[in-house]
Design a protein around this ligand. Structure first.
Ligand SMILES: [Zn+2]
Length: 70
């Protein structure tokens, strides 16, 4: 299996959680659980999720279309 990296801190995953194929390490997961919703880290986390999960899904559609033409 391919080595997953945390989408928040970029470190290789050692456990933690996987959302939509994207990993979040134990350390960041704990931060997210403890963090208050009005903090910068929460905003940063939300942006990471958006960039890592939503945009590759859109790009995934594009690459599928390209493959179709081959
Ligand atoms: Zn992390």
């Amino acid at each position: 299996m391919r080595k997953q990296c945390c989408i928040i801190c970029g470190k290789p995953l050692n456990g933690g959680i996987i959302i939509n194929g994207k990993g979040i390490c134990k350390c960041c997961e704990e931060k997210i659980i403890k963090v208050r919703m009005d903090t910068d880290f929460y905003m940063y986390y939300k942006n990471c999720i958006k960039k890592s999960i939503i945009y590759p899904m859109i790009r995934g559609e594009d690459s599928k279309c390209q493959n179709y033409h081959l």
